[in-house]
Design a protein around this ligand. Structure first.
Ligand code: PEP
Length: 250
């Protein structure tokens, strides 16, 4: 039985004050034994402060991105070792915004996945198709290609120390959610692709759904057999709605 995970992606939103209030609200409301594992991924400058606020709670800290390289003359980049230094447990890699806006291709995402694991971080590997790709019937080709690139670089066993997030690009920040059946279909496909290489890893890897998850739709999506929780953007920016989504795991 896989434990569910709900992770908040705060993106480049808010302020120091908002980060403190949000982290405080989440830790105050989460309780000592939440119904699922919980994580938040604040912007880099707030990692230290949020990490301290989370320290006595079960909520894990994550980052939204990392450098491929471990150190050196890479102005503006942040290395995995630095994130580990700040107490990060997770790091998001391959978010569709990074792929689309910053030109991160499958090879770079795979390199970031490897960089994360070199530093003991658990990558949350995002996969997902655009609306155009879905409408032309190539969703499985796209998701399969994105996943195979990481497996080719890291080996299937590396997925035993990773989380996958299926995030259809057309559902991110749009208010348009994949139906539970649409999510289940891609999650099952993803798991079957892994099962062809290693059944045990396929059975144990958490596959999260991301894309306009809200308190009102979370329970239905999370009830699907291959959906192991969610990666939450907009609704993670308010403690009340994020906590309600966590509660929907129960
Ligand atoms: C995301 O940014 O990963 C995400 C899923 O955003 P939203 O929940 O706002 O669609």
């Amino acid at each position: 039985m896989r434990q569910k995970l709900v992770a908040g992606n705060w993106k480049m939103q808010g302020s120091r004050e908002m980060a403190e209030t949000l982290a405080g609200g989440i830790t105050a409301g989460i309780g000592e034994a939440p119904p699922c594992a919980v994580a938040v991924c604040p912007p880099y400058p707030y990692l230290d402060e949020v990490g301290k606020l989370l320290a006595a709670s079960p909520v894990e800290l994550g980052a939204q991105n990392l450098a491929v390289e471990d150190e050196g003359a890479y102005t503006g980049e942040v290395a995995g070792g630095m994130l580990a230094d700040f107490g990060c447990h997770f790091v998001i890699v391959g978010h569709s915004e990074r792929r689309a806006l910053y030109g991160e291709d499958d090879a770079m995402v795979a390199a970031k996945f490897l960089a994360a694991q070199r530093h003991g971080l658990v990558p949350i590997l995002c996969l997902g198709e655009t609306l155009e790709e879905r409408e032309s019937g190539v969703t499985e080709n796209v998701v399969g290609r994105q996943l195979e690139a990481v497996i080719a670089a890291a080996g299937v066993s590396a997925l035993g120390r990773a989380v996958i997030a299926y995030e259809p690009v057309w559902a991110i920040g749009t208010g348009r959610t994949a139906s539970p059946d649409q999510a289940q279909e891609v999650h099952a496909f993803t798991r079957s692709l892994i099962a062809n290489k290693d059944a045990k890893i396929a059975d144990s890897v958490q596959v999260l759904y991301g894309g306009s998850v809200k308190p009102a739709n979370a329970a239905e999506i999370f009830s699907m057999p291959d959906v192991d929780g969610g990666l939450i953007g907009g609704a993670s920016l308010e403690a009340e709605s994020f906590l309600a989504i966590c509660a929907a795991c129960g």
